[in-house]
Design a protein around this ligand. Sequence first.
Ligand SMILES: [Zn+2]
Length: 142
Amino acid sequence: MIKYKLICKNCDLKFDSWFASSSEYERLKKKKLLNCHKCNSVRVEKTIMAPQLINHKSKTNEKINLEKYNKIKKTIINYQKFIKDNFKYVGDNFAYEARSIHYNTQKKTKGIYGSASKEDLKELKEEGIDAQMIPWIEENEN
Ligand SMILES: [Zn+2]
């Protein structure tokens, strides 16, 4: 993410805008999709060449990050709910259960979820067993 300070050539308003990259800025400008927040003019230009990166610490960025985090957290919680409804919980036996499903092809079972160490996941992967690691939020955590 890159932040540019933009200026409206029509009303002189200066404002900040975020772009995925400098080429995205160019692309939006070319398509006349950049416009002034105040007068809607498309005569908007970059004022400074030095872009600020998102990891630059400032209060505004922290607020953005917190909002982003809450959004992501909500997604994770929804995802967890889906997993709980559709997958079988195996707790710490994840690696064992994953193997028994993998090597016993007759056994029709729904997906499983549980906890496994990074080493377990690495070993499972080497054995060709598909396992995904997802962030997990404890529900009592607020
Ligand atoms: Zn303007």
